[in-house]
Design a protein around this ligand. Sequence first.
Ligand code: AMP
Ligand code: MG
Length: 473
Amino acid sequence: MEFVNRFAQALPELCHQQQPTALSEPEMVIVSQQSCQLLALDANFMASEQGLGLTAGQLLVDGMDPVSTVYAGHQFGGYSPQLGDGRALLLGELKTPQGEHWELQLKGSGLTPFSRQGDGKAVLRSSIREFLASEAMAALGIATTRALSLGVGGGEVRRERLEKEAMLLRFAPSHIRFGHFEYLYYQQQSGLLKRLIDFCLEHYFSDCLKQSNPVLAMLQQVVDSTALMIAKWQAEGFCHGVMNTDNMSILGLTIDYGPYGFLDDFNPRHICNHSDHHGRYAFDQQPAVGLWNLQRLAQALSDYVPSHQSEALWLRYQRVINQHYQMFMLNKLGLSKWQDQDESLLSGVLSLMAQQGLDYHSSLRSLAQPMAELPALLGEPWQAWLATYRARCAEAERDETQRCEAIQQHVPLYVLRNYLAQQAITAAEAGDYSELQTLHQILSQPFNPQKNAERFAAPPPHWGKCLEISCSS
Ligand code: AMP
Ligand code: MG
């Protein structure tokens, strides 16, 4: 394994070098085989004592130089001048034989100078939630940080109750956040800000260097990737829960899984974060929050991109997010080419689900039935909409079988519902990781029916819809 540390070398002023605080009596809970493949890591290595040592913060591989990094961010609308990796360390960048670079981060790795009032630890419950979400999102085609492995320790930490401590190894091409730029901008560290920008341009946006204003070109790419990510969140019913600018990735990756949730019943106003009293990050607010957050990034880059140039990007954001969202939703209806009248077809199906409080995913998936059976299946309130849908499908190039197949390829059968995660967590807290491993396996192929997996496709029980998830993890 070859490790480099480009971020720490280029921007030591943003980094605090330190060692992880290892878990005591660690045990491996789960390893993602897909992640091993991406990293070109031998799955046997991760299953070995060394893999466990790495996941538990006991062992570093030659060439790793762990650091915590400082950043800032707008949290719930207000500026927090100093945040940072409070319980995560960037271990280094793994260089694969193909020449790809992947930053490895250990989350739950102990106190750092940025821990503020926190203890620097992560608990098993929240680490399982992050592991499952990272891998499930990737399987749905949503840009995300990934999870490699999760270990549990013998110690306990206090949250709302005493919980088992754990560590998660996660990875991404970069974990740079909007908040890294904001920190340097508001600190008026213009030289360092320039170096951070140059670092990003060189390593992640090198095609922008050819443009007359490379920083504007980079900002435009961030606008596009963020719009794509959020369009996909909306289409897949994903609610992030804490869209602060310190939780926004410069690469448009979904990052920092906390109180997130996938919709069960379709409620556009759904608030998944129990601590979000005013619904700032409610499901239907996410596209607008994404824009607001991008504007905070543009402010941090305003020495390089004057406001008259960034203005045009806000219209672009709206256009890009709408176009992606419309296509994703059209595909879920088994259709392929957007027509103007599809706007009302789409708003029609969403209002039906909202009015009747229907399950978002299974309602859409139920459309993958022969047209003749849909009226009886869906009931009276759907008849008018079904007539429009039938007429629209009749014009389309796809026949009945192709329409059903297309729906099945775009509407997942298995969704990471809170209650499924909770069942896996309860079993894992009692020392049984098999439920978690099965759930992870099923969610890695969310569209295809799998053997003995009916219960994972079932709608949530009442208790499962009422789980309260807060920021504390
Ligand atoms: P989040 O809302 O999870 O993105 O966290 C916001 C900030 O709080 C980040 O800088 C985290 O590193 C920090 N933080 C969250 N939980 C802890 C913890 N248990 N210990 C130390 N810092 C934490
Ligand atoms: Mg965070």
